[in-house]
Design a protein around this ligand. Sequence first.
Ligand code: SAM
Length: 290
Amino acid sequence: MTQLIRSVELSPGLYVVATPIGNLRDVTLRALDTLASVDVIYAEDTRQTKRLLDTYAISAPLKPYHDHNGAQMRPRILRDIEEGRAVALVSDAGTPLISDPGYKLVRELTEAGHSVVPLPGPSAAIAALSAAGLPTDVFTFAGFLPPKSGQRQDRLRAFSAQKATLVLYETGPRLVDTLQDLVESCGGDIEVVLARELTKLFEEFRRGSAEDLLAALKDEPPPKGEIVLLISMTGEPAGEASQEQIDAYLREHLPKLGAKGAANEAARKYGKPKRELYARAVELQKSEEP
Ligand code: SAM
């Protein structure tokens, strides 16, 4: 087998490296090349990152960068780069800065004119969205909601006005409370997908209306592991829209948007293939011609 991990020449700067969210093989070759070649890796939890590096027999100096030492570490990282070093930033799992530390660091470095290079890879939000079966053309990622119920309900109400799929990070013990807040603030008929332990042994997707999922989860112990909660805020109740509903929507929008525009809008609203809706829109258009 050819050597998969290569040592590469890196110019000075910050390399923001995404790492696995569970399955350690979900890492790009470029991420491994970079981690093997930088002068220093700043990690949210050095022990966790060491496990990943050991798996791939990579040794590199590891230093901590997290919410509690960020202010102290940023000038050091700036100095590292000014002195010509290539520096990697990794978080415990997934993409740094996505509900993880790094924003202030990236901001300060870009403001100082340094190079910041993204190395894309896993992120729980995108992994969940890619398999949930909810509309993906417009989505809002909101990380963790506030811990207080009243604030949570306010946020959920505000998000529901956006008509997008809402992607949240959630914890097992808080899940029922969040679903309860969702039902109270936005109604029980909203379609929800629970994505748990993605890429791990007990990966699970549960789909249903907010009300049904809440009723089921109330009777169970809090789910273990890591959770992404996806909520379809597109204004459609859970369950398939009927052909009559879709036809009515297409008819309403045909005069103004034409077949293509009406089909695109309907595809967004109902999460159905554009091509199928375009064919139906053309059919309806023809049937209404004098
Ligand atoms: N930066 C990470 C990313 O790109 O996904 C997210 C970090 S955030 C501190 C951790 C949260 O992400 C977890 O509490 C959970 O909500 C979600 N998460 C991370 N890994 C996950 C997984 N394997 N399955 C489901 N959710 C996950």
